[in-house]
Design a protein around this ligand. Structure first.
Ligand SMILES: Cc1cc2nc3c(=O)[nH]c(=O)nc-3n(C[C@H](O)[C@H](O)[C@H](O)COP(=O)(O)OP(=O)(O)OC[C@H]3O[C@@H](n4cnc5c(N)ncnc54)[C@H](O)[C@@H]3O)c2cc1C
Length: 415
């Protein structure tokens, strides 16, 4: 790992890896420090949006990417009580891929890492946990990290915090997000999947409960949405009654709920929705969840993180090749990405208030919300949520230059 690079990125999630790839592809010396030894984070969700697939096309990587095992989802569906609903239709998007690719989330950063490794200016250091920032005269000039070989320092013209919703870099740099509030947490667990099971990745809303099942091929990734702070109450109850509850919403898996042997198998994912008033300081930029933690509603956080990375690369490659980005350059990134973030977070907050809180409270009749009922009558309207979820607001396109990959750069294995 070099001691100095042009850009040092903390965090190898979707935001960090995408930015790392784009900068290396443009010939900028970049280091990504990822605290874990691998990309196997369960919580992230498995959605690769049509807009991200479009970016893969723009990078000339789409065909190779789609060779990874995935499921294509053209319409997002769910169930409210006993009523099946369609939430969004992607089949009319102005993109090459008119579908979501559901893919185990670790495959995506792995793929980006393998592509980035073809460029000699790319450095990925796993098991490197960024613990602090180095400051000189009020400017961030590098990071400190803990590695299996001992402490390390990397200096850079720009440090990017892409280390997620509990960002250490953001905190160490003294940036505080404004909490926008989330009424729920998620209990996250998996059950094995049989060939005779249904195929569908779907969500189910019942009185007092919301339940999500994601088809990951050989297993189901399940999310059980509970009111914020209720995890202790659930865990104080018997595991037997939790298993019975799971069997009620997934009747085909009744014979497998015993796979939940203890509460260790049921992880608590704390949902946050927040946003930094200012995403940067001299020498430092926050992107992805580090700048704006997203609710899981709509499964759009990964998309926003990737779009942030593309916008950052588009706006910062030239300054990084020159004297280094100025605060004005960094402000341009925030200005570019603020509207899309505000709109999507605003819609998530609305859904939290109007749907999630009411369903979890278990009060009132359970029927599809008015917009869903209208869309069921006029399916053409399903294109609007399809656009918001699948493309987002003001989708980004790759505008950065590409240097030829190194003939000696050795790609990492895909997994
Ligand atoms: C329950 C739940 C379900 C979700 N489901 C979906 C979904 O289906 N679709 C969707 O689009 N979004 C979903 N989201 C939101 C999504 O997970 C985030 O918006 C997205 O992962 C943000 O990407 P990121 O790259 O900014 O951060 P992250 O994905 O959090 O990546 C940050 C990376 O930084 C690393 N890191 C952390 N600290 C350090 C450190 N100090 N030093 C070095 N590395 C560090 C982490 O190991 C991680 O690899 C969900 C969120 C929750 C809570």
């Amino acid at each position: 790992m070099p001691k100095a690079v042009r850009c040092c990125i903390a965090g190898g999630g979707p935001a960090g890896m995408m930015l790392g790839l784009l900068l290396a592809r443009a010939g900028v010396e970049v280091a990504v420090l990822e605290k874990h030894a691998d990309f196997l984070r369960d919580f992230r969700g498995d959605t690769i949006h049509p807009s991200t697939l479009e970016l893969m096309y723009e990078l000339g990587l789409l065909e190779e990417f789609l060779r990874l095992p995935h499921q294509k989802v053209r319409r997002l569906t769910g169930q409210v009580g006993d009523v099946p609903i369609i939430i969004a239709d992607f089949s009319h998007l102005p993109t090459r891929c008119k579908f979501f690719a559901f893919m185990p989330q670790w495959d995506f950063p792995n793929f980006l890492a393998a592509q980035a490794a073809r460029y000699p200016t790319f450095h990925l250091r796993r098991q490197a946990e960024v613990s602090g920032v180095i400051e000189e005269a009020g400017r961030v000039v590098g990071v400190r990290a803990t590695t299996p070989d001992g402490p390390a320092e990397v200096r850079a013209a720009l440090v990017v915090a892409a280390d997620g919703r509990s960002s250490t870099v953001r905190e160490q740099a003294g940036l505080r997000p404004r909490e926008l509030g989330a009424p729920m947490d998620v209990l996250w667990f998996r059950l094995s999947r049989r060939p005779t099971d249904p195929e569908e990745t779907t969500g189910r809303f019942d009185r007092g409960r919301i339940y999500i099942q994601i088809n990951r091929g050989d297993h189901w990734q399940c999310g059980y949405v509970i009111p914020k702070g209720a995890a202790e109450t659930v865990r104080r109850g018997s595991l037997e009654s939790f298993r019975a509850e799971v069997a009620t919403v997934m009747p085909f898996a009744t014979d497998r709920v015993g796979e939940l042997r203890d509460w260790e198998a049921v992880k608590l994912l704390s949902v946050q929705v927040n946003r930094l008033p200012q995403w940067y300081r001299p020498g430092l930029l926050c992107i992805g969840d580090a700048a704006h933690a997203m609710s899981p509603i709509g499964g759009v956080g990964i998309n926003l993180a990737i779009q942030d990375a593309v916008a950052s690369a588009n706006l910062l490659v030239e300054p990084l090749r020159g004297g280094g980005p100025t605060p004005d350059d960094l402000q341009r990134v925030q200005r570019r990405r603020l509207l899309p973030t505000r709109v999507i977070q605003g819609l998530q907050l609305l859904a939290q208030r109007r749907v999630i809180t009411r369903v979890l409270a278990g009060t009132g009749p359970l029927k599809p919300a008015l917009p869903l009922r209208i869309m069921a009558r006029f399916p053409v309207l399903l294109r609007l949520p399809g656009r918001l979820i699948g493309l987002g607001v003001r989708p980004e396109h790759v505008k950065t230059p590409a240097v030829p990959p190194s003939v000696t750069g050795s790609p990492l294995p895909a997994r």
